[in-house]
Design a binder for this molecule. Sequence first.
Ligand code: SF4
Ligand code: SF4
Length: 434
Amino acid sequence: MFLRNKFSGGIHPPTYKELTQNCPIEEIPPPQKVVIPLIQHIGGPCLPLVKSGEEVKLGQKIGSSDKYISSPVHASLAGKVSHIEDFNHPVLGKSPAIFIERGQDSYTNAISQKDPTGLSPEELKKIIQEAGIVGLGGAGFPTHVKLSPPKPIEVLILNAAECEPYLTCDERLLCEKPSEILKGLEIIIKIISPQEIFLGIEDNKEEAIGILKNTLQAMGLTNKIKMVILKTKYPQGGEKQLIKAITGKEVPSGGLPFDVGVLVQNVQTAFAIYEAVYKGKPLYERVITVSGKAIKKRGNFKVRIGTLVSEIVEFCGGFIENPKKIIFGGPMMGIAQWSLEVPVIKGTSGILFLSEEELNFEEPGPCIRCGRCIEVCPAKIMPASIALAGEYKRWNIVPQYHPLDCIECGACSYICPTRRDLVQFIKLAKQYGK
Ligand code: SF4
Ligand code: SF4
């Protein structure tokens, strides 16, 4: 176990983790209805496998695609499909979705439950694919594809950094289900056969660090899985930053972690793999953090995929004051929402209800060329220049600044003394710059 801190740039925003850090995971009762979007992942959209009026069981596969880069969706409620139509989506704005009204509880083992010791890597990947598992850190990339890299993997990293302010759902899961997460990690190890395995965690998660240390010891994994305690710094949980901090390797511009022989997996993804393989359970629920000073009850909740935010607000006793902003994910990289009628999807790590006190509504001013955004940028690019090119639609000069290396972490916007909305202009530059 050792401390490392080698990625350049980064910031130290207030974490607000104390709002929910010690809240044990609580289950939100199944709602009366769920809305399951047919696109919750990167890749081919799912097509419905059910029709309006059809009865479905909990865990039943209700949408899939014949594309390899895709991931099926499952019923998170037993009941009746009331209709299928476009509905609000927290990332895409709108997406086709399956509406299920709650009926009599019934469960299907959509995937067969097997002893993983006798299964081959291909059989394990098939289970992960059938269970609809995608990267639960927010990226939503299908896990069976990520576990089939085109190059050999030497280093596997379990990403337990959870560096976004407010979010504590991974931390609580680590405290409450450490052996299940490590069993999920062992399945990943079996699939990709890395030479070295690390578990990267920030030093502000003392309880989880102690529990993991004991669990690694109890499971006889201390020599196999090395725990790396990282200095708390945002965005420590970014894949490239984590790889740099733990291995010293630098993912090349435009490259992916497998280009340097590394694969990173998220805590909740490892847990979902454990549940799929050991329990035959598809991904139809997950743990999220509900926080922010505008909501009455904050905490870490196990919630069915497809539950509407309005249901969660009701469970939490409503608002203390009208939230000034509702965000899916963390405040740095999350996506602002305009309605409470939007469903939790697989990649939802948290829902924040922020009060006026927690937000900074200062009007943006012009760039004063202070260079602070460059100092903090973990991608070592020039945020001010890219944003200016984006703002003035100078698409032809954008590529020279390598905007595609931007991980949209928001550190530049956070540090800018004139409150420039750098990330928004950089996103435009990434989209149109040629
Ligand atoms: S330019 Fe991109 S990577 Fe760099 S600080 Fe801004 S958002 Fe983060
Ligand atoms: S931090 Fe803001 S003001 Fe300073 S150089 Fe960057 S964009 Fe300009």
